[in-house]
Write a protein that binds this ligand. Structure first.
Ligand code: PLP
Length: 392
């Protein structure tokens, strides 16, 4: 029996990773020029099926740079899902534009295309579709609305490297894709991010803005106020090493999810991540949800897990509930109903089967049995008890 604490996330770092990082340091190319930067960008673009990839300092910078390259500014509105990590909304705020919060789909937990369509106004500049917890957003519907209304779609793929829709990787579908390589993401560079696009003009603009908007033809001539959003060659060396193993990492993540699903079956009304038939999940987070929980009940389960040596995370709070965004009016009932009912369980590629089993045992112990049987006598149970069914 494993008695050590099981974290929610933990990076997987190999000796090969360390060797490439050491090589970058020894080469003297420690800042943002160097062969690993070029390699990481080329190999990541190929991985996504995008024409261009641009390394940046983190995923939030990637979002900000995408919006800046589209000339987003005061007077513009950018549609974002109310259920996401706060960075999605903050990047909009940095530009002076207004985030407009819309609801999510209860199954994918990603932006609901119908809510998005209803929120479009004359001021709407772009939509940020977040591929939340590794599940791709409904890009077919989102892109068809966006095309009709002449809007740009930015894919926030910070949690979804490698996820696919109809065989196409996320990050290659919208005007821009943005990725994060923070320590808990699918692959890591410590801190770091990537911007992907197929448009040569927008790629050039983003690249200029990343480096203080320095003119490509005239050194130290700056065309506007840009940013220093560069990644270091040291980080890129770790990125190259991590990217070379990403298929194994994604495969292991899907195995981890399958084992959880099997071990947690029969815990109705508890459900685990659902994946739409058109989607391939990258399983960044294994989530359990019980729509009969309120926030204190959910938090009590997390506290009992912690006593049993298992760390966990609550679902994100609706962004529109938090102090910087409370003044923005929105109608997001699904985000509000689901947010207090979810827990992210330990999910990282280096997890062992024994650790998964230990988490499942701890979870079963943490859910009061009387509670469970009381639910079983109620009639309004969600019907997807075994986990993976897809409600249509
Ligand atoms: C992690 C994350 C970001 C931000 O990435 P950083 O590299 O931490 O700046 C943005 N959006 C989502 C959905 C994320 O999970």
């Amino acid at each position: 029996m494993n008695t050590t604490f099981i974290p929610v996330s933990q990076p997987s770092i190999t000796e090969e990773d360390i060797a490439l990082v050491a090589d970058a340091v020894r080469s003297g190319w420690v800042s943002s020029l160097g062969e690993y930067i070029t390699r990481f960008e080329e190999e990541f673009a190929r991985f996504c099926g995008s024409s261009y990839a641009l390394t940046v300092s983190n995923g939030t910078a990637a979002l900000h740079l995408a919006l800046a390259a589209l000339d987003t500014g005061p007077g513009d509105e950018v549609i974002v899902p109310d259920f996401t990590f706060v960075a999605t909304a903050n990047a909009v705020t940095y530009t002076g534009a207004q985030p407009v919060f819309v609801d999510i789909d209860a199954e994918t937990l990603c932006i609901d295309p119908a809510s998005m369509e209803r929120a479009i106004t004359k001021r709407t500049k772009a939509v940020i579709a977040v591929h939340l917890y590794g599940h791709p957003a409904a890009m077919d519907d989102i892109l068809s609305v966006a095309r009709e209304k002449n809007l740009h779609v930015i894919e926030d793929a910070a949690e979804a490297h490698g996820a696919r829709i109809n065989g196409k990787r996320v990050g290659s579908l919208g005007t821009f894709g943005t990725f994060s390589f923070y320590g808990n993401k699918i692959i890591t560079t410590g801190e770091g991010g990537m911007l992907t696009t197929d448009c040569p003009r927008l790629y050039g603009r983003a690249k200029e803005l990343r480096d203080h908007a320095m003119s490509p033809d005239k050194r130290y001539w700056h065309t506007c106020v840009g940013y220093n959003y560069r990644m270091t060659n040291i980080q890129a060396a770790l990125g190259v090493a991590q990217l070379s193993r990403i298929e194994q990492v994604l495969f292991r993540r899907s195995q981890i999810f399958s084992r959880y699903r099997e071990r947690l079956s029969g815990l109705s009304p508890l459900t685990i991540n659902r994946t739409a038939p058109w989607a391939e999940n990258s399983y960044w987070a294994v989530n359990i949800e019980n729509l009969l929980w309120d926030e204190p009940e959910r938090n009590a389960v997390m506290a009992r897990l912690k006593e049993r040596g298992v760390d966990s995370r609550p679902y994100f709070y609706p962004v529109s509930d938090m102090p910087p965004y409370r003044h923005i009016v929105c109608d997001t009932p699904v985000a509000h109903r689901i947010s207090p009912c979810g827990i992210t369980l330990p999910s990282f590629s280096a997890m062992t089967d024994d650790q998964i089993d230990a988490v499942c045992t701890a979870l079963r112990d943490s859910i009061a049995r009387e509670e469970t049987s009381a639910y079983e006598h109620r009639n309004q149970l969600p019907e997807y008890g075994s986990g993976l069914c897809w409600r249509s």
